[in-house]
Design a protein around this ligand. Sequence first.
Ligand code: DGJ
Length: 736
Amino acid sequence: MPVIYHEVSKTFHLYNTELSHIFKIIEPGYLVNLYFGKKIRDRENYDHLLETADRSMAVTFSDERTDLSLEHLKLEYPVYGTGDLRNPSLDVTAENGSHLLDLRFESYTIQKGKPSLPHLPAVYTEADEEADTLLVTLCDQKTQLKVVLSYSIMNLYPALIRSAKIVNAGTEKIILNNAMSLSVDLPDTDYDMITLTGAWARERTVRRQAVHEGVQSIGSLRGISSSNFNPFVSLCRKNCTETEGETFGFSLVYSGCWLAEVQADTYHTLRMHMGIHPQGFAWHLDPGDTFQTPEAVMVYSDEGLNGMSQIFHELYRHRLARGYWRDRERPILVNNWEATYMNFNEQKLLEIAARAKEIGIEMFVLDDGWFENRNSDHTGLGDWQCDRTKFPQGLGHFTQKLHEMGLLAGIWIEPEMVNMGTRMFNEHPEWVIHEEGRILHPGRHQYVLDYSNPDVIDDLFEKLDRVFEETRVDYVKWDMNRTLSDVYSMTLKNQGELMHRYTLGVYSLYERLIEKYPKILFESCSSGGARFDPGMLYYAPQAWTSDDTDGYERQKIQYGTSFVYPLSSMGSHVSACPNHQLNRTVPMYTRANAAYFGTFGYELDLTKMTDEETEEAKQQTAFMKQYRKLFQFGTFWRLRSPFETNETIWMTVSKDRKQAVCAYFRCLQEINTGFRRIRLKGLDPDQLYHVSVLDIDVCGDELMHAGLVISDQSAASNRDGQGDFVSRLYLIDAKD
Ligand code: DGJ
């Protein structure tokens, strides 16, 4: 029973193999956290952890209990107005203008499994034994506003999933200004905060900084989760490394505007909360209405950052990603974007496709530029009709040709956008997010459709349905290339709901398309990786990691991305050199060595490759087919960080520990340097392995403790010898 309620002490204890979360009800009904951390044994009461003291200036419970103040207790879901003066997790405006709330315990239920969330992405279970869910209802007497806190303790993948449902059970209207998905108070502030920051083409850079007094917050107001900050925070101890030490991981299953806030007060307690960004948010709750927050995932590991990431990887790969492709090896593709951009015709594409087939590639993806008036990014978005000058016999003819060649077929769409001058824009200006009388601001020359309007969703469903029917595509890359501005809906009553309703609209269109086309593999994309978040993974099991396909930059981007997201979710391609983003030349084998640790494909004009490069691509494709199960579904370990060193080292190990691949990348050639070793991880200590490159047979204990020498002058001499951007793969295979 991983959710226990101790009646006498009124204490809830939720636990799985890794973590415990303990809180209790104290008179007159407040929920007070006693512990969140490594799993501890269950006991009847933990009251000694309740910290009470008379303090000057504190607002106390009553004249009798002057030692109890909400400001000094650790709270489960804090509100403003009853003594707690840290930032609240919930804020409302009542009809009389009051923001005051006094939430007290009303009831609880414990149920098997984990309920799904209406219209929102959510971690799921496949059997009731996989999780237990505690629902605790709190109530504000005056307004009859109820909050149902949901805690699902996962058993197979050790995580705690939280969300809140807000119910207006009163008779007056209430406006919700802020409703966080989770809130956690910790008893000290001796943590570093790790975030994944960046921008276009440098997504998910790992940043680590000490928690300090005051508020450190990250988030997005862009309408998408963004490449600037990813909806993830780790709080780790100062001595926490990739492989050792304590860390908490918090991840929000949401793709719209979000906020994560770490607040260290001057009594050195820490509050972490995470949810929809309150800026501009105002959700109207009429009597009887409810609002469901997105959910947030909390994990704990005392095996360092790798331990935390591995929990996220397993959970998200198996119980957030869904459908036909979840457990399937992903097809090796060629995408024509960097090969042709929008300048192509059917003939040219079929030539690339023929070469792809010869190389062993399995899918052709037709990127941007296939629809009417799309020869530049100034025009075309919105109508979704095939450009007959490029495809005289229609798009269906082209995809049929691909299928006849034995290739899968994929296409690119960007259904959230419209260009001026299209039929859609002219016929339905009210479908564009903007406020009349104000300048409409373009981004990439395009405008954002109002996904809070169900008519817009219906229209796009019809258009895309027609395209999918005609083409029988196997794969769809759903792009989104600008952030939201001019946020006003011409049709929505309550403007403060627009941002969230926009995100719900995106989810609903995905859901309808998935329902009708369950075998289509969706890859989400947003100018590269600007919407690489857990919410999207529920609909699209893979995402385009970044527009930056440089073989060195990709090491950093994929390293950072792996803090939360599994390799099976990372779109990764070998692209042309000099690289289109950086003009840098990285050897083709190094580009491939990075791209193997993802879904793998090519994004260059295959017809322009030399014979030698074509031969190399054939070998790479064959290699990926042989090992992709290991790459995409093994256990991933980060061993050396490109953010801290001149090298990147990572590896993936099969579940049965019989097979592993370790990749060594060196950025710049060093001269006359010392020797360095790398100790491998995750192997069976008693198993004898063959290590390629060195051609030695050694046991796992030696590989994990003595390690491999990697930094001699010939460190990368398997191919080009010395130089910049070299790499090598060590294949590690169990011997009988
Ligand atoms: C941005 C994407 O990230 C690229 O891969 C490509 O699809 C372009 N959009 C097309 O416009």
